[in-house]
Design a protein around this ligand. Structure first.
Ligand SMILES: C[S@@+](CC[C@H](N)C(=O)[O-])C[C@H]1O[C@@H](n2cnc3c(N)ncnc32)[C@H](O)[C@@H]1O
Length: 532
């Protein structure tokens, strides 16, 4: 592609400080701070007109960071070591190659910015490199696009793990991700909300993710369908109808599979059992509560709790409660980061879901504890210690969400993968004995590295003879790639920017080789505990 994408049109009155502020943010990221901790302070420091440009400038620079760094190394006569200077030039190259900024403005304002950060002596160098790029943007864009924009260790690992999908995967990781919505089933449904979006002139479409899971009981299968909404273009949540009233949540497509999978397995287990004991559920690693909120929506828990806790959709579509089978639900959500737990409360409140309450039907408990050592204490004297179902959305390298958090490519190291895999192993080994025989553990990560996913599960099954992997039916599943254990979604689909090799076009079907919904790189595996 020869033209720059037109995804941002900066205002003429742009404040010079925008670039300086973005450079300072990029420097903080290189010192180890995360984009999510820096973005709001950055945007809050700018006036309205500058916010959009700063956001696009920062995110786009991060997305192409490693590619522009390599381009810079090939352009400079002598190695440029100073972080401040390199960062400024990469910011300038990004404007010239990937943003709709006039060349003269990109060069002039970036040279001014380097003076503002007290590197005036480098202004000649910044000017010279940027002019070289501006003189032949097509050539340099082609060069920068040819390869991935990842650190080499990560690219090598992805090649080892996903050789046949490597090119499309690494190119996709330089793109922005689509925006998906989950409609709160206690307030509305996807089709009705789609109409509300149309009224608000927001283009969107329905997406249906389907799967079938063999439960392990004879030939029994559980069918799961999650309907969600994909926006054609992302919009600020303030534009979404009734967002503040909790009618919908922004949640990645593949993240929306967790709650339906665990809830469907649970409903199946309850439908097949006798007696009316309490059931005990655990959301381990729950903050900021996206999947917990979804689970509560599916559980049908409302403040009034007049409607009962469990609904099972029958074949004719009517709802039938199986309340009689349950005297009480104890749902425990844990996480070890207090500030993130605060966000669970905020999220549940917006969705009008119960924050911790104890009443006759539900005990919802949210605790700040370490899942590697925590031991649950049942609140109900009658229940034994075990959980009926555990959702473990494990801490991971988050390599599957690089499109949304491109700073990951600057922050993550090879050693982090080892440490994270060890942490996952510790959490798994601590929680597993707390699952009842016959109970399910759903293991989820937003990583695309096999060490944290299928290999983690294979090692777990070797250590725990009372664990069996419950299979997804490949034929009945329209997301992810079948693995020896579990399924892996890869974040490939819909090229939205000017990267050459795999833009979605008439040939897209031939080019894309994995099942896609455009969602992030999630991994899912279901384990069932059996008696040994
Ligand atoms: C992938 S995030 C969970 C996202 C959440 N389930 C959701 O849907 O919003 C992983 C979480 O694990 C938590 N975590 C990391 N180490 C932990 C530990 N040792 N014990 C408990 N939680 C931990 C992190 O604080 C983080 O909130």
């Amino acid at each position: 592609m020869s033209n720059k994408p037109s995804n941002t049109t900066p205002n003429k009155t742009q404040n010079k400080n925008v670039r300086v502020a973005v450079i300072n943010t990029l420097l903080s990221i290189q010192q180890g701070q995360s984009l999510s901790s820096l973005l709001d302070p950055l945007l809050n420091s700018l006036n309205g007109d500058d916010k959009g440009f700063a956001h696009a400038l920062l995110l786009t620079t991060l997305r192409h960071w490693h590619a522009t760094a390599r381009l810079l190394d090939s352009l400079a006569d002598n190695p440029i070591d100073e972080l401040e200077v390199r960062t400024t030039i990469q910011l300038g190259i990004t404007q010239l190659l990937y943003l709709n900024v006039a060349d003269h403005a990109a060069i002039h304002e970036t040279v001014e910015a380097v003076k503002h950060i007290d590197y005036a002596r480098a202004s000649g160098l910044v000017n010279a490199v940027l002019r070289k790029v501006a003189n032949n943007p097509n050539k340099f864009r082609k060069k920068a696009n040819r390869n991935h924009s990842l650190p080499n260790w990560l690219a090598q690992q992805l090649k080892a793990d996903w050789r046949e999908h490597y090119d499309e995967l690494t190119q996709s990781l330089r793109q922005s991700a689509p925006m998906f919505l989950r409609v709160n089933g206690l307030q509305s449904d996807s089709e009705s909300y789609l109409s509300q979006l149309a009224e608000a002139e927001i283009d969107a479409e329905l997406v249906s993710l389907e799967t079938s899971i063999k439960t392990g009981d004879a030939d029994e299968s559980v069918e799961i369908e999650q309907q969600l909404i994909e926006l054609i273009d992302s919009v600020p949540v303030s534009r979404l109808p009734e967002f503040e009233e909790g009618i919908a949540s922004v949640q990645d497509a593949h993240a929306q599979l967790a709650a339906p999978i665990i809830q469907s397995l649970l409903e199946n287990k309850l439908a097949n059992r006798e007696g009316s004991d309490s059931i005990r559920l655990l959301d381990a690693c729950a903050a900021p509560g996206g999947k917990l909120a979804h689970w509560l929506e599916l559980l049908g828990v409302q403040e009034s709790e007049q409607t009962g806790l469990f609904h099972v959709k029958q074949v004719d579509g009517e709802k039938n409660t199986i309340n009689n089978n349950i005297s009480k639900v104890e749902l425990t959500a844990i996480d070890n980061e207090a500030p993130r737990i605060t966000r669970i409360f905020e999220n549940l409140e917006r969705l009008q879901l119960p924050t911790p309450i104890v009443n006759s039907k539900l005990h919802l408990d949210i605790e700040c504890v370490d899942a590697t050592s925590w031991q649950s204490q049942p609140t109900d004297k009658d229940s034994d210690r075990g959980f009926d179902a555990i959702l473990l959305d494990a801490p991971c390298t988050a390599t599957g969400v690089i499109r949304r958090h491109p700073d990951i490519t600057l922050l993550r190291t090879e050693e982090d993968v080892q440490h994270t895999a060890q942490l996952q192993e510790q959490i798994l080994d601590n929680l597993w004995p707390q699952l009842k025989v016959g109970g399910y553990l759903l293991y989820v990560t937003c990583s695309i590295l096999k060490q944290e996913n299928v290999e983690q599960m294979q090692a777990f099954l070797t250590r725990h003879k009372d664990a069996v992997a419950v299979a997804f039916d490949d034929e009945q599943t329209n997301w992810g790639i079948d693995q020896a254990v579990g399924r892996q979604c890869l974040p490939v689909y819909k090229m939205t920017e000017a990267l050459e090799p795999i833009a979605v076009d008439q040939d897209a079907e031939q080019k894309i080789t994995v099942p896609v919904a455009g969602g992030d790189g999630f991994y899912y595996a279901v384990l069932r505990k059996v008696s040994t």
